[in-house]
Design a binder for this molecule. Structure first.
Ligand code: PLP
Ligand code: COI
Length: 365
C-alpha cells in the first residue's frame, strides 16, 4: 500500500486565514474542543488504490453522499493527542507512535484499512507546522490534534466500506474541565454499560462515545462531572470513565489500575503514569478493583487517592463518588500528593522542563 511521508503532501495555504486579533482572542481563552485552526489534513483510501491524495489545505466542510456508510453504520475511529510549545519556541508531540499504533488497532477492530504509522505522524506534523500560530498562550495550553478516519463509500449494504477518508484537525485547548475545581466528582452508572467482552471497548471508535452520552448526561443531572462504568457481567468491577482511565493509590505505597481486558481503552497516559509511578517507588498493579471495595477503602482511609487520566484531562483528581446506593469522599476530597507529583512530572516531560529519559518526546520543530 502506498505510503506518504511528509514530503509527498500537497500544501495549500488558507486563502483567508483567521485575522490575528480574532485568533489571539480565541487563544487567550480556548476552552476545550470549541474552536479550530485554519488548516486540515486529508488523505483518501480506495480499494485497489490504497492511500492517495494526501493534502494539507484550508479547513472546510466535507462533501459527503447521504448514503456514506459512516452515517448509517458508524464505521469511524479517532485519536487524540497534543502538540506542546516548548520554552525555546520549539514544538513537540508526546508518544505519537503510540497513537499511530492504537489507531491501527482500532482500524482492525472496525474492519478499516491500516494507515502506515509514519503517515499518521507525518500528517500530524504537517498540520501542526501549518498552524503553528495556533498555540494558546494560557497555562496548560496546547494544540489538541484529532486524527480520524471514516467510511465514505455510498453503500447501504452492511459490510466494510471500500472507500475511506483520513483527516486531521486541530483545536487550541485549555483545561478539559471548565469548573476549574480542585477535583472532579464521579457518578457510578447503574443502568448503562460502555463496553462488553468481545465488543469495541478497546477501540477508539465514535460509537463507544455515543453509547456513553446518556449515562454522562445522567451524571451531570445528578451534579457530577463524569460517569464511571462497571463491567457488564457482574456490574461490580470498575472499568474506566467515558474518556479517561482510573488509578487508585493506597496508604501502603501500592497503586492499581483496572487491567486491559478488551473493554477498556489502553490509554497512553495510563501507560506513561505506570512507568512514572514505579520510578517514584510505588508498587503498581493492573488489577480488578470493585466498586464496593472502593467505597470501603475510601471510608477506612486505606485508599488515599484516586485520579483519572487521559490526553484531554491529563491527570485529574477524583474527590467524590456517588451512585444509587450512596456517596463517599476520597481523602480530603481534593488533589492528593501523588496525583500532584505524577501530574507535574508528566506535564514537565511533555513540555520539556523535566528530562525525557524514556524517549517519549518527539520534537517536530
Ligand atoms: N479511556 C477513554 C475511553 C478515552 O477516550 C481516553 C482518551 O483518549 C482515555 C481512556 C485515555 O487515553 P489516552 O491517555 O491515550 O488519551
Ligand atoms: C482524549 O483524551 O484525547 C479523548 O479522546 C477524550 C475525550 C475528549 C473523548
Amino acid at each position: 500500500m502506498a505510503d506518504f511521508p511528509a514530503a509527498e503532501f500537497t500544501r495549500e495555504q488558507h486563502p483567508a486565514p483567521t485575522a490575528n486579533a480574532e485568533r489571539e482572542a480565541v487563544l487567550a481563552n480556548p476552552g476545550f474542543g470549541k474552536v479550530f485552526s485554519d488548516h486540515m489534513v486529508s488523505i483518501d483510501w480506495h480499494e485497489g488504490i490504497g492511500w492517495h491524495n494526501a493534502q494539507v489545505g484550508p479547513r472546510k466542510p466535507l462533501v459527503l453522499d447521504p448514503a456514506a456508510a459512516v452515517l448509517h453504520y458508524a464505521q469511524e475511529i479517532f485519536e487524540g493527542l497534543k502538540a506542546y510549545r516548548l520554552a525555546d519556541g520549539g514544538i513537540s508531540l508526546f508518544r505519537p507512535d503510540r497513537n499511530a499504533h492504537r489507531f491501527n488497532s482500532s482500524a482492525e477492530r472496525l474492519a478499516m484499512p491500516h494507515l502506515p504509522e509514519e503517515t499518521f505522524i507525518g500528517a500530524v506534523r504537517e498540520l501542526v507546522l501549518a498552524d503553528r500560530d495556533w498555540f494558546p498562550n494560557v497555562e496548560g495550553g496546547s494544540l489538541y490534534l484529532r486524527p480520524f478516519m471514516f467510511a465514505s463509500e455510498a453503500f447501504l449494504g452492511v459490510r466494510p466500506a471500500k472507500e475511506y477518508k483520513f483527516l486531521v484537525i486541530a483545536s487550541p485547548a485549555g483545561n478539559y474541565f471548565k469548573s476549574g475545581a480542585p477535583a472532579v466528582s464521579i457518578w457510578v452508572s447503574q443502568d448503562y454499560n460502555r463496553a462488553g467482552p468481545g465488543g469495541t471497548g478497546a477501540a477508539k471508535c465514535g460509537g463507544n462515545y455515543a453509547a456513553s452520552l446518556v449515562p454522562q448526561a445522567e451524571a451531570i443531572a445528578h451534579g457530577h462531572d463524569q460517569v464511571v462504568f462497571l463491567d457488564t457481567a457482574e456490574r461490580k468491577w470498575i472499568e474506566e470513565l467515558g474518556g479517561m482511565n482510573l488509578f487508585f493509590v493506597f496508604d501502603d505505597g501500592t497503586m492499581i489500575t483496572p487491567p486491559l481486558g478488551g473493554t477498556i481503552l489502553p490509554g497512553i497516559t495510563r501507560d506513561s503514569l505506570m512507568t512514572l509511578a514505579r520510578e517514584e517507588g510505588l508498587s503498581v498493579h493492573e488489577q480488578l478493583y470493585s466498586i464496593d471495595q472502593w467505597r470501603d477503602d475510601a471510608r477506612s482511609g486505606k485508599l488515599v487517592e484516586t485520579f483519572a487520566c487521559g490526553t484531554a484531562a491529563v491527570v485529574t483528581p477524583v474527590g467524590h463518588v456517588a451512585g444509587h446506593d450512596g456517596e463517599f469522599t476520597i481523602g480530603s476530597g481534593g488533589p492528593g500528593q501523588l496525583t500532584t507529583k505524577l501530574r507535574e512530572k508528566l506535564v514537565g516531560i511533555q513540555r520539556g522542563t523535566v528530562p525525557d529519559t524514556h524517549g517519549w518526546v518527539t520534537r517536530i520543530a
